[in-house]
Structure formats: structure tokens, C-alpha cells
Design a protein around this ligand. Structure first.
Ligand SMILES: C[S@@+](CC[C@H](N)C(=O)[O-])C[C@H]1O[C@@H](n2cnc3c(N)ncnc32)[C@H](O)[C@@H]1O
Length: 270
């Protein structure tokens, strides 16, 4: 079975082209909320888990030109895209969020902020281990901030189209994780690691494609892991669904515009 790194690497360029726009909007909300609680300054040391193609990393660099940023991700292909952003003084590390970060060269208790943007839902069922690693990296008083999808509506047309074609169709419900559905699910993981002052804010984000055809092309051909996982629910060739998928998106999603809800969940290490 392909590793997380291999799966995410396969669709990295298409991801950066089509998805980083909406995840970047999520990053803005994340950085704004975290900065209110513990402002980023020249002495800040930030670890970003699952940095991907760098949507958040770039905004962090713009937020403060001097602070230390370490961007980790297990997908070499995603990190190749990040490098193309040519960000100054960003340390890049090939690492899974569940790995022992100290064994990989990071210092425990040395970071002021640990962040990740739309990552933990893809780390389930090991998300608690990832949150524990984040706790271990932070200094006392350090801040954790994660975003997660609470309404990932971008996957809905596939299930609608498949059901229209086959009334017995059974969707895969775990593509964006069953275990982390609402902010309270992640808040519980934070508290179990030892974080305090845990709270969440939800924001509305728009995921926009050029057209319904552009959406269907991305859904079917980009190798984006959650979309690949959803496609396993269809018994025949996913191409059989293309036409109906386009029709559903034209009629029900304004030709490729998706209202998504994301939650930013923050906490403090005592
Ligand atoms: C939806 S993308 C988000 C990327 C980036 N943070 C953004 O906001 O655009 C999910 C990212 O999580 C990474 N990922 C998947 N499994 C992971 C794991 N076990 N540990 C760390 N990152 C992981 C993927 O490689 C991918 O870059």
C-alpha cells in the first residue's frame, strides 16, 4: 500500500494549482487567530506539520521575515512545490506528523508555535500521536493551532452523481475522516495531550473551480487522496460518472463554487 507521502506526492502539482487557493484562505484565519493569542515576532520559532505545497508557510514568512520556520511534510512531491515558492530561510523537513520529531533532529520544548493546516483529518486514526508530538515540541506557554474541514462540501457532487446513476450506491464516508468531524473532536485530542485554553472558531471559505468540467477533471484525474478514496465507492470505472458529475455541479454548485466550513482549533501548553 502506498505511504501517505507517496499518495500526496502523486498529485502535488495539481494540488498546488487548484487547492492551495482555498487552503491558503484557511491559513489566513489560522494565522490571524494564533497571532491574536501569541503574536509572531522575530524570536518566534514555528513548526508547521504537513506544510504541503506551502500555502501556510508563505503567509507565515510574510507575517514576519525573521522568525524561524520549520516546514515538515512526508510527501517529497508536495515539498518540491513548496521549494518553488522560493521562501527565504524556511527549513524543510521530510517527516510524518506521527514520527518522533526529536529523533528527527528537532528540539523538544523549543517552539513558540506549532501549526498545521488541513492535515490531522488525514492522519486519523493516529491524530492523537501527532498532537502529542506537537505538545512535546512546544515551550511552556507555546500555542498550537490546527485547521480542519467541518463542511468539506467539495466532495458532495460525487456522492450525488453516483446515487443518481445507481440508487444502491454506498458512499465512502471516511475521505475527510469520520473521527474528526466537529471541532469538539479535535479539542478532545488537545486536552488529552495536556493543552489548556482550548477553543475553536469556524470560518466560511469558498473553493472555486473555473467550471463544472474543470471540477470533474480535478476530481477524477488529480490523484488527490480524499477524492481517490471516494472513487473506490463506485463499482465501475469512475469515468462513467464524469457526465453526471458535470451536470450536478452545473445545476447545484453554481458551475464549480463550493461553500466550505473550516474550524481553527487552538490551545496553549501550560
Ligand atoms: C490537504 S493537504 C494540506 C497541505 C497544506 N497544509 C495546505 O494547507 O495546503 C494535507 C497535507 O498533509 C500531509 N500529510 C498526510 N499525511 C501526513 C502525516 N501522516 N503527517 C504529516 N503530514 C501528512 C500531506 O502530504 C499534505 O501535504
Amino acid at each position: 500500500m502506498a505511504s501517505a507521502g507517496e499518495k500526496w506526492s502523486a498529485g502535488a502539482a495539481a494540488y498546488d494549482n487548484r487547492v492551495a487557493q482555498v487552503t491558503g484562505d484557511g491559513s489566513e484565519a489560522l494565522i490571524k487567530l494564533v497571532d491574536k493569542i501569541k503574536p509572531f515576532d522575530n524570536d518566534s520559532k514555528v513548526f508547521e506539520a504537513g506544510a504541503g505545497t506551502g500555502a501556510t508557510t508563505e503567509l507565515l514568512r510574510r507575517q514576519n521575515e525573521s522568525m524561524t520556520i520549520v516546514a515538515g511534510d512526508p510527501a517529497a512531491g508536495m515539498l518540491e512545490q513548496l521549494k518553488k515558492r522560493d521562501l527565504q530561510n524556511v527549513n524543510i523537513l521530510l517527516i510524518e506528523a506521527t514520527e518522533d520529531h526529536v529523533a528527527s533532529g528537532l528540539e523538544a520544548g523549543s517552539f513558540s508555535h506549532v501549526l498545521s493546516n488541513f492535515v490531522l483529518q488525514f492522519v486519523v486514526p493516529r491524530a492523537q500521536i501527532a498532537v502529542n508530538e506537537m505538545f512535546n515540541l512546544l515551550k511552556p506557554g507555546g500555542i498550537i493551532g490546527n485547521t480542519m474541514w467541518t463542511k468539506p462540501s467539495v466532495g458532495e457532487p460525487w456522492n450525488i452523481a453516483c446515487k443518481n446513476l445507481d440508487p444502491n450506491f454506498e458512499p465512502v464516508t471516511s475521505a475527510f475522516s469520520d473521527a474528526l468531524r466537529v471541532p469538539g473532536d479535535l479539542e478532545r485530542l488537545y486536552k488529552a495531550s495536556g493543552f489548556v485554553d482550548v477553543h475553536s472558531e469556524e470560518v466560511e471559505l469558498w473553493f472555486k473551480f473555473k467550471s463544472a468540467e474543470d471540477y470533474a477533471d480535478y476530481f477524477l484525474h488529480s490523484l488527490n487522496p480524499p477524492f481517490m478514496s471516494m472513487q473506490t465507492s463506485w463499482k465501475g470505472s469512475p469515468e462513467d460518472v464524469n457526465e453526471e458529475l458535470v451536470r450536478v455541479v452545473q445545476e447545484q454548485y453554481d458551475n464549480g463554487k463550493f461553500r466550505m466550513i473550516s474550524a481553527t482549533v487552538v490551545g496553549r501548553k501550560p
